[in-house]
Design a protein around this ligand. Structure first.
Ligand code: UD1
Length: 415
């Protein structure tokens, strides 16, 4: 199994190009199930999760061709199934549920199990489908959903759920009548999906707000669309600039999607200025510790919580990091402690006392974003850090070692 080995202490300088967003590409690729004909999607990142959704679609009889530009044809769907073996490696596989029920009237999708960051149920997806008239049963670990024709409904999500909003928005495009999603997620990835669906002929308004209205149509046509830049990848490199005392041009990002992070990083003393095609991000003279609370968009993203914690681990004072989206998303803390960080967890809060130096250690990636925080910590640690189980990082970061190495980091992947 691959390891990443990093010799810390090099300030990072230069340009990094941001890839397409994993969390936008996955629902957009699933949306191809809604149409006949060939959909063409550009700016698809080269990630393990993308390979997983391709396998899932191919397993259903869908034809797929191409990588960065990916053509997907779902004229013939031979199996309306998402098997456990694939779903267990990627929870976002649940995104095929809504489109399959809407177009085929039936779906059998393995229940995603728990994962490293919490229980992560899908009850809100299922309740919304039932509200739309689907008959949903749980059998031997599988969700079995059926509906001759979904009906428009007034849905209220108890919690803002990103993939829940996406799943039900897709399902509603082919339902009979109008569906209103209340307390919908406002993430840019939801907006990207809505734009793609509109390109297919769907009638959707309000995406990007917490009320989304979808009026069903009888059929959709294939679309051509681009995936938005990955704001979490961009954020990770921005934090790297501050931590390593460097200056990085984040090329191809969308600054509007990064406002909560930009404000927070400026409070730590970093300088962030718009440039053509992105942002110039430089370290400040010292690192001022700040408090952070994760929230649904436009709040501070939970997917950057581990990375900002690595940054605060070398801050000048005390920082309280509150995780409010997932109940158990502090798996990176024990690894950061092994690198010399001073962090105490109290319920959903991590109290981080900045230390002057981290030191290299053997560490283990526990989930996707946790592994990114270990890479960041290793980039500033004294000595060598080895990060094992890097398959987690390959799920969501495209050639991370190449991108950091081009910025001057001493980082390599060993088999
Ligand atoms: C998506 C992102 C993930 C990100 C998360 C929160 C994708 C593919 N993944 O995950 O990277 O960390 O949003 O920004 O886009 N919940 C329920 N019942 C449900 C659904 C959710 O209780 O049916 C809870 C979850 O346990 C969690 C909260 O709602 O506490 C938000 O989760 P959700 O937005 O659904 O996360 P995902 O869509 O799985």
């Amino acid at each position: 199994m691959d390891k990443i080995v990093i010799e810390g202490g090099k300030p990072l300088y230069g340009d990094v190009r941001i890839s397409g967003a994993k969390n936008a590409a996955l629902p957009v690729m699933a949306s191809a199930l809604l149409t006949e004909g060939t959909n063409t999607f550009h700016n698809i990142p080269d990630l393990v999760d993308i390979k997983t959704i391709k396998k899932l679609l191919i397993n259903m009889g869908v034809q797929i061709d191409g990588d960065e530009t990916c053509r997907i044809n779902a004229d013939k769907i031979t199996h309306c199934d998402a098997p456990y073996d694939l779903v267990k490696t990627m929870r976002a596989s649940i995104l095929v549920l809504g489109p399959l029920v809407a177009r085929m009237g039936v779906a059998r999708v393995s229940l995603p199990g728990g994962c490293a960051i919490g229980a992560r149920p899908v009850n809100l997806h299922l309740k919304a489908l039932e509200d739309m008239g689907a008959h949903v049963e749980l059998n031997s670990g599988y969700i079995e959903a059926r509906a001759k024709k979904l009906k428009g409904a007034d849905i209220y999500f108890d919690l803002q759920t990103v993939t829940g909003t996406e799943n039900i928005m897709m399902a509603a495009t082919l339902a009979h009548g109008t569906t209103v999603l209340n307390n919908a997620a406002r993430e840019p990835e939801v907006v990207n999906l809505a734009e793609v669906l509109k390109g297919m002929g769907a009638k959707i308004s309000g995406a990007g707000t917490d009320v989304i209205t979808i009026t069903g149509v009888t059929s959709l046509k294939p679309a051509e669309a681009s995936i938005i830049p990955d704001r979490i990848e961009a954020g990770t490199f921005m934090i790297a600039a501050g931590m390593t005392r460097g200056e990085i041009n984040i090329i191809g990002c969308n600054p509007q999607h990064l406002e909560s992070l930009i404000n927070k990083l400026r409070d730590t003393g970093m300088k962030i200025t718009p440039i053509k095609n992105g942002l110039k991000v430089s370290a400040g003279k010292k690192i001022t510790s700040v408090d952070v609370k994760t929230l649904p968009y436009p709040g501070f993203p939970t997917d950057l919580q581990a990375q900002i914690m690595a940054y605060m681990a070398i801050g000048g004072g005390l920082s309280v990091i509150s995780e409010t989206v997932f109940e158990n998303r502090f798996m990176h803390v024990s690894e950061l402690l092994r690198m010399g960080a001073d962090i105490v967890i109290q319920g959903g809060n991590a109290i981080v006392r900045g230390v002057p130096k981290l030191h290299g250690a053997q560490t283990m990636a526990t989930d996707l974003r946790a592994s990114a925080s270990l890479v960041l910590a290793a980039l500033v640690a004294e000595g060598t850090t080895e990060i094992s189980r890097v398959y987690h990082i390959d799920r969501g970061y495209e050639t991370i070692e190449k991108k950091f190495s081009a910025l001057g980091a001493d980082i390599k992947r060993v088999k």
